[in-house]
Design a protein around this ligand. Structure first.
Ligand code: AHM
Ligand code: MG
Length: 335
């Protein structure tokens, strides 16, 4: 039960019983994430002040330039997650392969794997626009006591035990779910504490915002083109409003509060779209569904896709249930 002025620490303790497995473990895991988030937030906040913006000079597996803050955030999250005896493996957008964490006795006894995008929307850093961190947590499927394998990471989204995002925006928020609704905490930077500011977040069933990179219009499938035209038509509550930040975390966070749909479809240039299934689409889909929204690839549920690759991409249609259903209707009709 949400209480006024509750801190994240108090909230975790009060809600430990909600976690289906060992409650102490989840607390330690969320604790390490909240700590890394504070450290990264501190660095993101002074991005314009010190010489930390700009390209790092290397490219990641997707061939994209890595920004210095991407690398920094990646290191901080890996460090803090490694220090607690709870995570046995980490997969990150910034690492070609997954990382094995053996535990201090080198016994591979830890039970959870974390998949993350340490700094999503990082092209926005240089222009002082909100960025985010996304994380997804699974229980390992290989036997405890053995090193993690790819199988532990290639689980469908419906097997997630926790997921969340951090948004480094006008204020910094941590929003997460363990399968019992979605709660949002805002960081008080003076005190360094997270306070429950958005208890039991709900995606409005319908909305009036559509978020899509319309610059790619000519490359979109017919169903998406027709849906965009539908959003722009005059009728009842339409035309809708177009809002696209280019940071998925921020776009979806806004739509969750105001009601809307976020689409990153496949296109004639990118057959599976751009966003990564395991550490971008799945965790956001878990949060969205837990808040009463819907997330699909245009035809079926994102969280039911069986992954085959760590960095695989998926088309993403996510947000207010009625809007996603309408977009799917167009996808089916104009296949
Ligand atoms: P990134 O992980 O390399 O930052 O890319 C993901 C981001 C999303 O946050 C955002 O929705 C999308 O890329 C924007 O892409 P585009 O510029 O093609 O619209
Ligand atoms: Mg990303």
């Amino acid at each position: 039960m949400a209480k006024q002025y509750q801190t994240l620490g108090e909230f975790i303790i009060d809600n430990q019983a909600d976690f289906p497995y060992s409650s102490g473990e989840l607390s330690r895991l969320i604790n390490s994430i909240r700590l890394a988030a504070k450290v990264v937030n501190h660095e993101v906040n002074k991005a314009g002040l010190v010489d930390i913006i700009g390209a790092y000079g290397e490219t990641n597996i997707q061939g994209e330039d890595q920004q210095k803050l991407d690398v920094y955030a990646n290191q901080k999250f890996i460090q803090t997650l490694t220090n607690r005896e709870i995570v046995c493996g980490i997969a990150s957008e910034e690492n070609d392969d997954f990382i094995t964490i053996s535990g201090c006795n080198n016994d591979h006894k830890n039970k959870y794997v974390v998949l993350m995008d340490p700094l999503d929307g990082s092209s926005n850093i240089d222009v002082n626009v909100s960025v985010g961190t996304i994380f997804s947590v699974y229980r390992r499927v290989t036997p405890i006591g053995t090193p993690v394998t790819k199988e532990d990471f290639l689980q469908p989204g419906n097997k997630q035990v926790a997921a969340g995002y951090i948004i480094y925006g006008t204020s910094t928020m941590l929003v997460y779910t363990t399968g019992h609704g979605v709660n949002g905490f805002t960081l008080n930077p003076a005190l360094g504490s997270w306070y429950l500011s958005h208890p039991d977040m709900k995606f409005p069933e319908n909305g009036r915002i559509y978020s899509i990179n319309e610059g790619n219009y000519v490359h979109f499938p017919e169903g998406v083109k027709k849906y965009i035209k539908y959003c722009q038509e005059e009728d009842d509550d339409r035309p809708y409003t177009s809002r696209y930040i280019g940071s998925m975390v921020s776009d979806i966070h806004r739509n969750m509060i105001k009601g809307g749909i976020f689409i990153y479809p496949k296109s004639s240039k990118a057959f599976n779209g751009k966003l990564r299934l395991l550490y971008e689409c799945n965790p956001m889909a878990y949060i969205i569904e837990q808040a009463g929204g819907k997330a699909s690839d245009g035809y079926s549920r994102i969280m039911d896709i069986q992954p085959t690759e760590l960095h695989q991409r998926a088309p993403f249609f996510a947000g207010s249930k009625k809007m996603v259903e309408k977009a799917e209707e167009f996808m089916r009709k104009f296949q």
